[in-house]
Design a protein around this ligand. Structure first.
Ligand code: IPM
Ligand code: MG
Length: 370
């Protein structure tokens, strides 16, 4: 039997609860397809700060590098919130592992499950048939630019005055834009052939470079793909106005972070949005939502984004396309049968159809089997 090594990073908050359901589904897939998944758990985020004082311990990176794929749940929580930039933060673990593993491509598919049309805050007629993917650049831009905070002795301008000053730097290099553009055009080739490239080229120099490079890659390598430039503020509006116009959205790190939360809400809940972070080596798969500390430990978290991330792992890390489709189908079926976690329930959902994290994972795993 084939063996795949999976590095599990449960992290904080609801992380341990939802990752257990992801593992349950993986085990069901393993049984069906005769593959053994071998798990190694490691620390990341707040729990790693508590245990060893570092949100990304070296052993965690080693375990990730030695695996065939990394499954991550979520990091962060109020316990570690601080505005003191000299203190460690859980998010540094996540950003660190993205950078260290060279995971420059983040795929966030947004699709409507038929059964959830009414769960969205948007009208069913607007969200029906939405099927898009956000291709977010993940290792550059503001997230990784030079950062500084200092006391300005001189002050400046009319309001002048001495005081604290903080700087974050937005920087992009040509090769970073080139490679993410290629990923977006390739994604479009296997989808509906349209890419919206999102920038703020009316203001930012990084965006002007972005636009030039995306167009060059398009013209030289992917002329058959339809390419549309759209400014980020307009995109924020278009996503709620007419989300069906989008097929592939490619954008820089920070814009992608913001637009993907917005796009997730089209599906009814951020609890449905899976993601794959890919580079040239091992890939990392995680839900796009956070650690939801307010509901942690109560057994009510929605595990579906984690489970759908397992589906992306099967597809992208292992090329197990049938198994990946099984996961999506199983989730669809469970929803079609009317089952909901609390975040997906509407006033029309019968109380006896609302279930907790474990029951939802059980149900999806059972549907994988057949
Ligand atoms: C995401 C998250 C992270 C990000 C946070 C937790 C650092 O919001 O994956 O979208 O901003 O990238
Ligand atoms: Mg985010």
């Amino acid at each position: 039997m084939e063996t795949k090594k999976i590095c599990l990073l449960p992290g904080d908050g609801i992380g341990p609860e939802i990752i257990a359901e992801g593992v349950k589904v993986l085990d069901a897939v393993g049984k069906k397809y005769d593959v053994a998944f071998d798990y190694e758990e490691a620390l990341i985020g707040g729990c790693a700060i508590d245990a060893v004082g570092n949100p990304l311990p070296e052993e965690t990176l080693d375990a990730a590098r030695a695996s065939d794929a990394v499954l991550l749940a979520a990091v962060g929580g109020p316990k570690w919130d601080t505005t003191d930039s000299s203190k460690p933060r859980p998010e540094q673990g996540l950003l660190g592992i993205r950078k260290q593993l060279g995971l420059y491509t983040n795929l966030r598919p947004v699709r409507i499950f038929d059964a959830l049309r009414d769960a969205s805050t948007l009208k069913p007629a607007v969200v029906e048939g939405v099927d898009l993917v956000i291709v977010r650049e993940l290792t550059g831009g503001l997230y990784f630019g030079h950062r500084e905070r200092f006391y300005d002795e001189e002050g400046a301008g009319a309001h002048g005055g001495r005081g604290q000053r903080a700087v974050d730097t937005l920087e992009y290099r040509e090769y970073e834009i080139e490679r993410i553009a290629r990923q977006a055009f390739r994604a479009a080739q296997s989808r509906h052939g349209r890419v919206h490239s999102i920038d703020k080229a009316n203001v930012l120099d990084t965006s002007r470079l972005w636009r030039e490079v995306v167009h060059r890659v398009h013209d030289e390598e992917f002329p058959e793909i339809e390419l549309v430039d759209m400014l980020v503020d307009n995109t924020a509006m278009q996503l709620v106005n007419n989300p069906r116009q989008f097929d592939v959205i490619v954008t820089e790190n920070m814009f992608g972070d913001i637009l993907s939360d917005e796009a997730a809400q089209i599906t009814g809940s951020l609890g449905m949005l899976a993601s794959a972070s890919l580079g040239d080596g091992v890939g990392l798969f995680e839900p796009s939502h956070g650690s939801a500390p307010d509901i942690a430990g109560r057994g009510i978290a929605n595990p579906l984004a984690q489970i759908l991330s397992v589906g992306m792992m099967l597809q992208y890390a292992f090329g197990m396309v049938d198994a990946a489709n099984d996961v999506t189908r199983a989730v669809s079926q469970v929803l079609d049968e009317g089952w909901r976690t609390g975040d997906l329930a509407t006033s029309a959902t019968p109380a006896d159809k609302v279930m907790g994290t474990v029951a939802m994972g059980d149900l999806v795993a059972r549907h994988i089997a057949g």
